[in-house]
Design a protein around this ligand. Sequence first.
Ligand SMILES: Cc1cc2nc3c(=O)[nH]c(=O)nc-3n(C[C@H](O)[C@H](O)[C@H](O)COP(=O)(O)OP(=O)(O)OC[C@H]3O[C@@H](n4cnc5c(N)ncnc54)[C@H](O)[C@@H]3O)c2cc1C
Length: 444
Amino acid sequence: MALLKTAIVGGGVLGLVAGLRRAEAGDLVTIFEAGEQIGGLAGSFNVGTVGEPVMLEKFYHHIFRTDRDIIRLVAEMGLDSEMVWGTPPTCTLWDGKIYRMDGVFAAGSPFAGTHFDTALALLNFAPLPFLDRVRFAAMGAKLKFTDSHEGFAGQTAAQWARREAGDTAFERVLLPLLRGKFGDRYSEIAQSWLWSRFHERTQQLGYLRGGFDRLYAEVARRFTEAGGVIRTSASVADLRTGAGGVTLTTQDGAAETFDRVLVTAPTNAFLTMAAGELPDDYVVKYRGAVDYLAAHCLVLSFAESFGSFYWLNVNDAGYPFLALVEHTNFLPASDYGGQHLLYVGNYLPQNHPLLSKSATDILSQFAPFLTKINPRFDAERVRGVHSFAATHAQPVVTADYAERLPPHETPLPGVFLANMAHVYPQDRGQNYSIRLGERMANLL
Ligand SMILES: Cc1cc2nc3c(=O)[nH]c(=O)nc-3n(C[C@H](O)[C@H](O)[C@H](O)COP(=O)(O)OP(=O)(O)OC[C@H]3O[C@@H](n4cnc5c(N)ncnc54)[C@H](O)[C@@H]3O)c2cc1C
């Protein structure tokens, strides 16, 4: 029997894993990746200053204990002994003060030393009146113990959580987070999405020593060993179907025909590359059906630690960033040649002016706010500054979201579509792209 020629458009986590599984099943697989490197949103850069490369994600990444698919993949790639698990300090900035949002049961308690969940930890959050803390904790417990999101269909997180937790807790805790992540669209976000954040996440976090780049490098190595081909800087500009199969043409005009194609790029990109091939009603229904926000991270390196937190939610209004993540308060700075590494993270509209500014201009704009958080901060002492942006970083998960997603089988024979937007109701993450990649490999 002739071997099937399969193409995957997109060399992010989803495309790499789908590609590996199809190559292992015996297909002749080519992955087309528009960027210079594989990895997509989970891609890394060399943060080292001398010698061997020291890889770090462009955008902060960790996993949860419940992320079973990535934990299994890490083990399959022989890297499980390199996983680091811990509960690095998670904090919130409120009214100029930093509050720790996780906690440990006191000595003498039957759970002594065990970290308690965020919803319970909120019982310690002094800016909320005690009764509001109890109400918030009860809301968190309700979400933790509700096994399915189906009962929340059609409801928005803002309405549901305000009703359950009360106005004060909603406005001081959840509203800044929803607004930070989704901007002006916060009031449209599905309650199912919030359910998943509480229900499926753990306080214990995991990170792969040396970076998740090691995982994807090993996936890519096994993929090529199984006969797969990875083409980077190969943006698919055109997709046509015909009697001989599906022909993909890249931006440089090179064309190749395949038996079937899996597109993992955003749906709008698929509609553009297959323009003229798809029925009008399909294009009208799905063009722009899912909006995305952009993500931006400034990565700063210092000789000394910036703060005492791993994660800081910035809940005070007026700050030009949403969160600070001091990576080296989870992993030791010695893994990075002694550098202390701080992400300054943001979600922004795709046309936000900050996305086109230089790293040093952004640092100058952020510096007064970093000084407010840590009065010892001195921009002159920043050793390295890197700026990363991605336009399709966060789908806007509205209450009617499930109806906005196109099916994986497209109207074109042999052409399948699965992208990060199909991850629902969970917040998108590597785990779910791995799961979807494997499901798509089976479907193919
Ligand atoms: C700020 C931020 C923080 C995050 N934090 C975490 C975290 O802590 N933990 C976690 O697990 N996950 C996290 N994630 C999410 C995680 O990175 C993503 O869920 C995952 O990487 C998505 O992989 P994907 O392959 O589905 O999509 P993508 O990574 O978007 O991959 C799609 C690929 O398709 C390529 N492409 C697009 N158009 C074309 C074309 N025409 N031709 C060829 N190629 C094309 C793109 O270049 C891209 O590489 C975070 C993401 C962001 C942005």
